[in-house]
Design a binder for this molecule. Structure first.
Ligand code: MTE
Length: 309
């Protein structure tokens, strides 16, 4: 269940312990991985202010850092769950730039530092439910996508947001095969993008984003199937027409634009009623909108969610 704490908690009250604990856990779990604490990351560290702890959380146990960082979908580094943890270490994430294009009054190509500078980061513990039938609970570090979009002044024609991942086959060796139409792309309707639950994440478990989880910048949309949460973003384009996302292009009969977690609408090849939480035995019921119905159901009032899957 989503709990919104009414008052923001200041950094001085809570960050040191939270960071300390998660860092210690992190160091134990990932010894040997080329990761650095947020504050020590050369590319972004100086501009990051880890200002607040969890305003958004769930009452369930967090998935272990080991599972979060070693059971990944990142087709740019292979189609199985285990190779991204290894192969993604070849990815160069600094320098990094992001193009903001399309229906905005202030387009441009920005360094990651410029993208992050005005934003305060916070930790948000969200469920992530994969379309394949497994789920995790992950403490992300990020900021609302809507705050970023507002900075670039969307025009009245901006109805959707299209996101594009990096295409660099020499490092992303999975792109040397045509398993998907590269680069990976995703989209959101403008109101979904502006919703306060939608974040751009730059870290997890108190640390800079592991490469296999989509470093340095990824989307997290907790009420949608995991594939909407696009990794390693290099372009954000505001558009008038509904974008075609990679999975919908690849298998349109199975993947639609909306991809809201919905236990009542089966995937054509399997039920979506239940899910396996990684690290736990047995299965649990999948919740409508992944448990975020109170926050997001109103975005879809009057829509037939069977047609708009
Ligand atoms: N983004 C890119 N660029 N490429 C991908 O293959 N996989 C998606 C999503 N984002 C994917 C992606 C899928 S299917 C899921 S379930 C989530 O990332 C997994 O995120 P995680 O590995 O951090 O748990």
């Amino acid at each position: 269940m989503l709990i919104k704490k009414p008052q923001p908690i200041s950094a001085t009250e809570i960050t040191p312990e939270a960071v300390y604990k998660s860092r210690r856990h992190f160091m134990q779990a990932t010894a040997g991985l080329a990761l650095a604490p947020l504050y020590a990351n050369a590319a972004i560290g100086k501009q990051l202010k880890f200002t607040s702890a969890t305003h958004y959380t769930v009452s369930e146990t967090k998935t272990s850092l080991e599972d979060v960082t070693h059971y990944n979908n990142f087709y740019e580094f292979g189609t199985d769950k285990y190779t991204p943890a290894e192969r993604a270490q070849a990815l160069t994430v600094s320098p990094w730039s992001v193009a903001i294009e399309g229906e905005v009054k202030k387009p441009g190509v920005f360094t990651l530092e410029d993208i992050l500078k005005p934003h305060s980061l916070e930790e948000r513990i969200y469920r992530l439910r994969c379309v394949e039938g497994w789920s995790m609970v992950i403490p992300w570090i990020g900021f609302p996508l809507g705050d970023l979009l507002k900075r670039f002044a969307p025009t009245s024609k901006a109805k959707y947001v299209e996101f594009t991942s990096l295409q660099r086959p020499e490092e992303m060796t999975g792109q040397q095969r045509g398993v998907l139409d590269w680069p990976y792309q995703e989209g959101l309707r403008m109101d979904e993008a502006m919703h306060p639950l939608t974040i751009l994440a730059v870290g997890l478990y108190g640390e800079v984003m592991p490469k296999q989880n989509g470093a340095p910048l990824r989307l997290v949309v907790p009420w949608k199937y995991g594939f909407k949460s696009i990794k390693s973003i290099v372009k954000i384009r505001l558009v008038e027409q509904q974008p075609v996302s990679t999975w919908a292009k690849s298998i349109p009969s199975e993947y639609g634009f909306y991809s809201n977690v919905n236990p009542q609408v089966d995937h054509p090849r399997w039920s979506q009623r239940r899910e396996r939480r990684i690290g736990e035995f047995g299965k649990r019921d999948t919740l409508m909108f992944n448990g975020y119905a109170d926050e997001v159901a109103k975005l879809y009032t009057g829509m037939d969610l069977r047609k708009n899957y």
